[in-house]
Design a protein around this ligand. Structure first.
Ligand code: SAJ
Length: 434
C-alpha cells in the first residue's frame, strides 16, 4: 500500500516524534491536536515537550513543508491515533473488596469519531495508544463502522503499540522492532507497508488483540520486576544489608536480572498499563494487582524511612532534588517524587523542590526553588529523589559549602556514600539498613 498523506491524531510524547519522523521520510503529514495551545506553540515552530533531538527534527519537518499542524483531521491515506489513555481519576472498579483503576478511553473514542467524516475505502487506521485487550475490535472498529464501511473488508485497521523509551524516542522509533496487529492479515500488511517507511527494526505482523497484549505485557513485566526490587529493598532495610550491593551480586547469576528499587514507579506507562489487565480480569491478576500496590506504596515507604531517621518531620526544612518521574526527562506525570514531597509536607515538613528539567513547573502546594543553590541554602536535610545525571555529578565538597544541611537521603543510589561522608555529611540510603 502507498501512503502519500497521513494524519497523526495527538501530538504528545509519541505523536509528535512519530509525525515528525514520517515527514522527515518524505510523507505529507497532517498533525492534529485538540488542544489549541499546543497547535499554536507548534505552528510557531516551537515544541511543548522535552525530548532529545525532537526540536530539530520537528523544525526540519515543518520547514520541509511535509508537516502541517491543525486542530482537525483532513482526508488522508492513513490515520494514526496516538492520544493518551490514562486511568480515570474519579472512577474505580472493585473486586473482592479490592479497588482497581479504570482505563480512560475518552481520547481514543473522540479521536476515532473525528476520523469518521474522512474515512474512505482502502484507508488505513492505526491505533497506537496503549489500550486494554480487544479495544481495536470492540471499541474502535464499531465506531468506524458508523461510516458504513467495515474494518478489514473496506478499510484496514491495525493496532501497533509504540515501545519507545522517553529520552531515546527518536532513535528507538526507527531501531526498535515494531509489532503490527491487523484485524486481518491484509490489514497487518498495510500497517507493515506504512511503518517500513522509517522503521529499520524488524516488523512483526500479528493480530490486533495479540499486539494489544504484547504492549501491556511488556510494561506489566517491568512493573512487577520493579515491585520485587522495591520489596527486596525493604527487606534489606530490615536485615541491615546494602540492597545495591546485593542486587549487583545477585545479577551476577546468569539467569537473574533484578531491576532497581526507588521511590516508586511513575510516568504514563508502567504505572498505568498494568491496571488495564486488572480491569479486564481482576479474578486472573492477583500478582499484577499487588505489584501495582507495592509500587504505589513506595513513596509512602520512603517518607517512613525519612521520618525514622529524623524522628519527626514537623518544621524540618528539606531540599528535594528532582520531581520528574525518572532521570533526565521533563515529564512529571504520576511522579513518585512529587508524591513524596506532598507526603512530607502533609507531615509538617517545609520542602523546597528543585527540578532542573522543569524549573517553572506549577505544582499545587509545592514550593519550587528557582535554582539548586536556592533549594540548598536554607535546609536541614537534602533528599535525592530522581537520578538526574547532573545530580549524580554533584561534588559533595561544593554542596557542603552551599548548605548547612549535614544529612542526605539517597533514594535512587545516585551518590557515593563514602565521598559524601568525607565531605561531612551523614548519609541515609534507600535499601541500606543500619
Ligand atoms: N523504575 C524503577 N526501577 C527501575 C526502572 C524504572 O523504579 O529499575 C521507575 C522509573 O524511575 C520510572 C518508572 O519506573 O518512575 C518507569 O520508568 P522506565 O524508564 O522503566 O519506563 P518508561 O515509563 O519511561 O517507559 C516504558 C518503557 N517500557 C519498557 O521498558 C517495558 C518504554 O519502552 C515504553 O515505550 C513506555 O514505557 C511506554 O510508553 O509504554
Amino acid at each position: 500500500m502507498k501512503f502519500n498523506k497521513i494524519c497523526v491524531l495527538g501530538l504528545g510524547y509519541i505523536g509528535l516524534p512519530t509525525a515528525s519522523t514520517f515527514a522527515a521520510h518524505g510523507v505529507k503529514v497532517v498533525g492534529v491536536d485538540v488542544n489549541p495551545d499546543i497547535v499554536d506553540i507548534l505552528r510557531r515552530g516551537d515544541i511543548h515537550i522535552h525530548e532529545p533531538g525532537l526540536r530539530e527534527t520537528y523544525k526540519t519537518a515543518l520547514a520541509s513543508g511535509n508537516l502541517t499542524v491543525t486542530g482537525r483531521p483532513e482526508e488522508a491515506d492513513a490515520y494514526l491515533i496516538t492520544v493518551p489513555t490514562p486511568f480515570h481519576e474519579d472512577r474505580s472498579g472493585e473486586y473482592n473488596g479490592q479497588k482497581y483503576k479504570l482505563a480512560d478511553m475518552r481520547a481514543v473514542i473522540s479521536a476515532t469519531e473525528a476520523i469518521l467524516p474522512f474515512l474512505r475505502k482502502g484507508n488505513l487506521v492505526v491505533l497506537e495508544s496503549t489500550s486494554p485487550p480487544r479495544t481495536t475490535l470492540e471499541l474502535v472498529a464499531p465506531i468506524l463502522a458508523r461510516s458504513g464501511l467495515k474494518a478489514g473488508r473496506d478499510f484496514h485497521l491495525v493496532y501497533s503499540p509504540e515501545r519507545v523509551l522517553p529520552g531515546q524516542i527518536l532513535r528507538e522509533l526507527i531501531e526498535n522492532a515494531r509489532v503490527i496487529g491487523g484485524v486481518t492479515p491484509e490489514s497487518a500488511q498495510a500497517g507493515a507497508d506504512l511503518y517500513s517507511i522509517f522503521v529499520k527494526g524488524e516488523i512483526i505482523k500479528t493480530d490486533a488483540t495479540s499486539a494489544e497484549m504484547v504492549k501491556l505485557m511488556e510494561n506489566t513485566y517491568r512493573d512487577v520486576n520493579i515491585a520485587i526490587a522495591n520489596e527486596f529493598a525493604r527487606l534489606a532495610d530490615k536485615f541491615g544489608v546494602d540492597i545495591w550491593e546485593t542486587i549487583r551480586l545477585a545479577n551476577r547469576h546468569p539467569r537473574v536480572k533484578i531491576l532497581n528499587p526507588g521511590p516508586g514507579v511513575g510516568g504514563h506507562c508502567i504505572s498505568v498499563d498494568p491496571w488495564f489487565f486488572v480491569e479486564a480480569a481482576p479474578e486472573l491478576t492477583p500478582l499484577i494487582y499487588n505489584a501495582r500496590r507495592v509500587n504505589d506504596a513506595q513513596p509512602r515507604y520512603v517518607v517512613e524511612m525519612i521520618r525514622r531517621e529524623l524522628g519527626s518531620l514537623k518544621d524540618k526544612k528539606i531540599a528535594a532534588l528532582g520531581l520528574a518521574y525518572k532521570p533526565d526527562v521533563d515529564d512529571l506525570r504520576e511522579s513518585p517524587a512529587v508524591e513524596v514531597v506532598h507526603a512530607l509536607q502533609n507531615e509538617g515538613a517545609k520542602v523546597k523542590a528543585w527540578e532542573p528539567f522543569k524549573p517553572d513547573a506549577k505544582l499545587p502546594g509545592i514550593d519550587m526553588a528557582p535554582s539548586l543553590d536556592d533549594a540548598l541554602k536554607d535546609c536541614d536535610v537534602i533528599i535525592l529523589l530522581v537520578r538526574h545525571t547532573e545530580f549524580v555529578n554533584l561534588k559533595p565538597s561544593e554542596i557542603s559549602a552551599a548548605t548547612r544541611a549535614r544529612l542526605i537521603f539517597d533514594t535512587v543510589n545516585g551518590w557515593n556514600a563514602n565521598e559524601w561522608r568525607t565531605a561531612g555529611f551523614q548519609v541515609a540510603r534507600l535499601g541500606v539498613g543500619k
